[in-house]
Design a protein around this ligand. Sequence first.
Ligand SMILES: [Zn+2]
Length: 224
Amino acid sequence: MTVTEQQPSEPLRGLAPVHGPPPRGEHGPGPVGPDAAEVDLDAAESAARDFLRHLGVSLAPEGMEQTPGRMARAYAELLAPRPFQLTTFPNEHGYADFVIARAIPVHSVCEHHFLPFTGIAHVGYLPGSRIVGLSKLARVVEHFARRPQVQERLTQQIAALLTEQLGADAVGVVIEAEHLCMTLRGVQAAGSTTSTSAMLGSLSKDADLRREFLSLVSLSGPGR
Ligand SMILES: [Zn+2]
């Protein structure tokens, strides 16, 4: 992922550092995904074969012979965000109300159990100096989701990046997701979802603004 805009700016931290290592603040990007140069699918397939064997899973049945390779490729895909450019534009007309993208799909992998967690993200901001193409909000979600994650950090990383790149007056991110490590095993809380939110800028201080944002993302919109 790289960043382009119509005026020069700092590179996107933690993603394509050009001027040194990324800062790692409280809401910073945290661990990044695997380095493509270090992905060895053959070795991963071999390890998956051993992994299944040690769990007593026979690969003899027809249809399972290729399973270790499929496992390796599937996880590689889950851990590799597609490259994209976060193009931003000057907020020339001074738009000052919420811009919100609702129900963006979230597909990630829990870093504790390496099982998927999936759900939706609502991402919104109050524009400051810059605006961004709406589809790019979904790509930012994907960028941070395609790596070993915890939902709390994923939520904060999306909000922090948009705050930094847009100079936004406020950024809000709400994620609702089902964690297979919680619903298929352990407590087996089938159907339960986990909600997390990150409210940055004026959203962190202004309760009325926060209520407005939450009503826009979760209560009044379609699809609920
Ligand atoms: Zn887990």
